[in-house]
Every structure is written in structure tokens, then in C-alpha cells.
Design a protein around this ligand. Structure first.
Ligand code: AP5
Ligand code: ZN
Length: 215
């Protein structure tokens, strides 16, 4: 099954996507991760993208659609998880066209609902392992041993450049202005399911599993 995880910054899209990769061998396509990788390439385009991201603004549709286009013909495993894509109506139309062209279907769109107050706490407490990408939280998911990644043992634990209050404000604004119209778009196509993203991680995973099993 191919699904979209839709939700504001900090809703838990990345956390749940990684679980689906482990449990169902699905393939996570996170445009945010792809863009952060491009940024480390040090090219002029990479640097420009990094500046836009650090401000919390959206990167152009052309760039992200191009990234997805490259991956969508690759190995699909147990299905694709679109994480952080689409984020505009134009991206949603492009995805529909790409799926159509490659003979694939979009089976469910899962909206992860959370309120703004929770998002601020989640984003400001988040840190990730620079080596393996595992995502942590100072309060809800600390490392077992202080300063060391549980998964790979690396001590390269980092905060994202856009995880500060100013950039987060901009990211939320972009979400409400440009991305939230997708909720109506997919509802009208009878593809939308909603889960409570404020619940505990395991509870959210169960809710997503029940959507997947019906898809
Ligand atoms: P992107 O990387 O997609 O970031 P985002 O959408 O802001 O989402 P986040 O990664 O911040 O949050 P998440 O929902 O994955 O939450 P997480 O699981 O980490 O995009 C970054 C930037 O790239 C954009 O601003 C834009 O510039 C650009 N970009 C990307 N895609 C684009 C596109 N399609 N078009 C244009 N531009 C694009 O969880 C957050 C924290 O909460 C973690 O610490 C986690 O441990 C904790 N947590 C998770 N779930 C729970 C729970 N249930 N209970 C308690 N804590 C929890
Ligand atoms: Zn690690």
C-alpha cells in the first residue's frame, strides 16, 4: 500500500514512518530528509535550499516534485510512505499524475492531528542522531545513556537548523496556508483518514496500522 502522512511540523510523521519501514518494510520518501541531504552536497543549489529551509519556508514545487519523480520508479518494498510530501495542491496534482503514469495507486492519506502548543514542545525538544538518523526527544524519548545514540552508539546528536521558535512560526504558517487545503482535497476524493497525533507513540502506530489494514 502507498500512503501519505499529512500533518504539521512535529506531528510525528517521521517517527511513524520509520516504524512502518521497520515493521512493514515500506519505503519512506521524506522530501525533508532528501533536501537536507542535498544541502550537505555543498552545491550552489544545495546552499540556496538550506537557506529557504532554515527560514521555515517551502522549497519550490519543481525541486521537490523532481526529487519524488526520481524515487517513485525505484524499489517500493511494502509500499511508499510519502512523508512531508505533497505540501501544496500543485504537488498533490503532480503526485496523482506520477502515480497514474507509473501504474501505482494511492491507498490512504493519514492526517495526524495535533495542536500548536504540543508542536512547539515537540519541536524544541527534538534532537537526532547525525550518524543513523534516529529521532529523539528530550522529554518523551531521551537516549538511554546520556549523549549516546541507542541505535548506533554515536555521540553525534544534533538539533535541526529550523527547530527554533522563529522558523517554527514560519513553518506553521506555511502549513496552514499552503498544506492544510490538502485535507479537503483528499477528503473530497474519499482518501482521508484522521488519527490523533497527540496520543502516545504506540497508540498512534496502532491507529495507523488499522487504517493500513483496511486500505
Ligand atoms: P520536514 O523535514 O518535512 O519537516 P516538517 O514537516 O516540519 O516535519 P518534522 O520533521 O519537523 O516533524 P515530524 O512530523 O516528522 O515529527 P517527528 O516524528 O520528528 O521539512 C523541513 C523543511 O523542508 C520544510 O520547512 C521545507 O522548507 C522543506 N520541505 C520539505 N518537504 C517539502 C515539500 N514537499 N515542499 C516544499 N518544501 C519542503 O516528531 C517530532 C518530535 O516529537 C520528535 O522529537 C519525536 O520524538 C516527538 N514525538 C513524535 N511523536 C510523538 C508522540 N506521539 N508523543 C510524544 N512525542 C512524540
Ligand atoms: Zn544513531
Amino acid at each position: 500500500v502507498n500512503i501519505i502522512l499529512l500533518g504539521p511540523p512535529g506531528a510525528g510523521k517521521g517517527t511513524q514512518a520509520k516504524r512502518l519501514v521497520d515493521e512493514r518494510h515500506m519505503v519512506q520518501l521524506s522530501t525533508g530528509d532528501m533536501l537536507r541531504e542535498a544541502k550537505t552536497s555543498g552545491t550552489e543549489m544545495g546552499n540556496r535550499v538550506a537557506e529557504v529551509m532554515a527560514r521555515g519556508e517551502l522549497v519550490t514545487d519543481e525541486i521537490v516534485i523532481g526529487l519524488i519523480e526520481e524515487k517513485i520508479t525505484g524499489p517500493a518494498g511494502g509500499g511508499f510512505i510519502f512523508d512531508g510530501f505533497p505540501r501544496t495542491l500543485k504537488q498533490a496534482d503532480a503526485l496523482a499524475a506520477l502515480m497514474n503514469r507509473t501504474g501505482q495507486t494511492l491507498d490512504a492519506v493519514i492526517e495526524m492531528q495535533v495542536d500548536d502548543a504540543a508542536l512547539v514542545a515537540r519541536i524544541t525538544g527534538r534532537f537526532t542522531c547525525g550518524n543513523c538518523g534516529e529521532v529523539y526527544h528530550e522529554v518523551t524519548k531521551p537516549t538511554k545513556a546520556a549523549g549516546v545514540c541507542d541505535v548506533c552508539g554515536s555521540s553525534d546528536l544534533r538539533k535541526r537548523a529550523d527547530d527554533n521558535e522563529d522558523a517554527l512560526k514560519q513553518r506553521l504558517m506555511e502549513y496552514y496556508k499552503k498544506t492544510s487545503p490538502l485535507i479537503g482535497y483528499y477528503y473530497a476524493k474519499h482518501q482521508l483518514s484522521t488519527v490523533d497525533g497527540l496520543a502516545e507513540m504506540d497508540t498512534v502506530s496502532e491507529a495507523i496500522a488499522s487504517v493500513l489494514d483496511k486500505a
